[in-house]
Design a protein around this ligand. Sequence first.
Ligand SMILES: [Zn+2]
Length: 59
Amino acid sequence: MEGVSCPNCGSDAVVPIVYGTTTPELAERAAKREIRIGGYAVGVDKPNWACNNCGHLWK
Ligand SMILES: [Zn+2]
């Protein structure tokens, strides 16, 4: 996606992590592995990207 690749395994099966309210649309996209649901993460260093290949999370 947009040239982003995983710094851990090099895969381009990378999806953005979406925080906040989980809408039905977001849940559907997450089920298709287009995004990952981050839920309500408070404060500190929240990762922005998730790798569908190895599960690595990063900013
Ligand atoms: Zn990876």
